[in-house]
Design a protein around this ligand. Structure first.
Ligand code: HMG
Length: 388
């Protein structure tokens, strides 16, 4: 039985900062961001947007097609949780009108947890083939101002329906895993921004790629040349380009540098426009490939390298299904990106500093989002989400 991604949809914030604006303020050459790290814009959440509203917006078109009663499990992956106890998925479950006999849980391991959720969802469907599992990954990446990480902020959510005989991508059971207790990037509970040893993190990312690839090829018959395209975790686009060149070198690949670049170029487009969306980024990369590549991908093998700092990484494979084009949400994604509003540097700072009330006081959020769901208020430490 084939199991995998039956439908996929993504969403990001209503605002963005162009990295030229950041560069100008920092008196840095904008090419450091545009060419050096390969990023153009970064998503900034409005006060009435967060991981829950982005997640509900990402999942809405899937639920509209499949029906709110069809899903029996919702797995919510994030590393920017809004609560230490309650799963963000429970809010999404209500906003989408999902049935009460649905299990909901949140998962965390930096940027890796969406892949853990995907694999768990595949296992659940393998156990009960009639199951439909909704996997949602949603994150808001935040670093301290005036640090090297600042230009790699961003946000986004992706929703994937996992079923038997999927219409988009069958996911192979063969995986390569790698875990290592390292401090490359972390965020203690008392901090709202991440701490990172930036250069070290890029080295660990590459080491994890090599280790997962070795582990993957020990169990899978697929080799480098069997893959047409590669989706990487995307902290910034240059990271994936460096990683892919590294993997190509390890495999003594005979392709030209241009051909190697074409194996990932279309996976990067949405990331360049929204920034790091942590655990959602690799699957937004898949959306980007599916929406932007002009060629027919039917039957092609796609490689996935999922990396979460700390660190846990996984290499796995998927195969694109014939006729997948009919089930994409390309137009919706492109309208959503086109409707976003650019902010200037002062507006960026005010969005950056916008903080939830800490003492139980009531705060109503201004209606800013262009999405279908919003965080309307926080009262006595309770978040109130409503449809728009
Ligand atoms: P930096 O140290 O300020 O940048 O920040 P740099 O000086 O290394 O420059 C970056 C690149 O731009 C270099 O190219 C420069 O040469 C080039 P490279 O040598 O790397 O090929 N450059 C220019 N190019 C054209 N014109 C110019 C120009 N100037 C410079 N004028 C750093 C880089 C990665 C440290 C920083 O962005 C950072 O700390 N980012 C956050 C950490 C990160 O994203 N790490 C990635 C791996 S870890 C990961 O992916 C997990 C994560 O998503 C979290 C999770 O798992 O939860 C982060």
């Amino acid at each position: 039985m084939s199991v995998g991604i039956d439908e996929i949809s993504f969403y990001t914030s209503s605002y963005f900062l162009d990295l030229r604006t950041l560069a100008e303020k920092q008196q840095t050459d904008p090419e450091k961001y545009y060419a050096g790290i390969g990023q153009e814009k970064m998503g900034m959440a409005a006060p009435d947007e967060d991981i829950v509203t982005m997640a509900a917006n990402a999942a809405l078109p899937i639920i509209e097609r499949v029906g709110a009663d069809a899903v029996d499990t919702l797995l919510f992956a994030t590393e920017t949780a809004i609560d230490q106890s309650k799963s963000a998925g429970v809010y999404v479950h209500r906003l989408l009108g999902m049935q009460a006999n649905c299990r909901v849980v949140e998962l965390k391991q930096a940027c890796y947890s969406a892949t853990a959720a995907l694999q768990m969802a595949c296992a659940l469907v393998a156990r009960r083939p009639e199951s439909k599992v909704l996997v949602i990954a949603s994150d808001i990446a935040r670093y301290d101002l005036n640090t090297p990480g600042e230009a790699t902020q961003g946000c986004g959510a992706v929703a994937m329906l996992i079923t038997q005989n999927p219409r988009i991508l069958s996911v192979s059971a063969d995986v390569g895993n790698y875990t290592d207790d390292v401090m490359d990037f972390w965020r203690p509970n008392y901090r709202s921004t991440a701490l990172v040893d930036g250069k070290y993190s890029t080295k660990i990312y590459l080491r994890a790629l090599k280790k997962t690839w070795e582990n993957f090829t020990a169990v899978s018959p697929l080799q480098f040349n069997d893959f047409s395209y590669f989706c990487y975790h995307l902290p910034f686009s240059r990271m994936a380009q460096k990683a892919h060149q590294h993997l190509a070198r390890l495999n003594h690949c005979a392709l030209t540098p241009e051909e190697i670049e074409l194996q990932i170029a279309d996976t990067l487009r949405y990331n360049q426009a929204i920034g790091n969306s942590y655990t959602a980024s690799i699957y937004i990369g898949l959306c980007s490939l599916l929406d932007n590549l002009q060629d027919d991908l039917s039957g092609k093998n796609i490689a996935f390298f999922s990396y979460g700092s700390g660190c846990v990484a996984e290499f796995f494979a998927g195969q694109i299904q014939p006729g997948y084009q009919a089930y994409l949400h390309t137009a919706r994604h492109q309208v959503m990106l086109a409707q976003r509003q650019e902010v200037d540097y002062d507006e960026y700072l005010s969005l950056y500093h916008y903080a939830d009330p800490q003492q139980g006081e009531s705060v109503e959020m201004p209606h800013s989002t262009k999405g279908q769901f919003r965080l309307a208020a926080i009262t006595q430490h309770k978040r109130e989400y409503i449809p728009c």
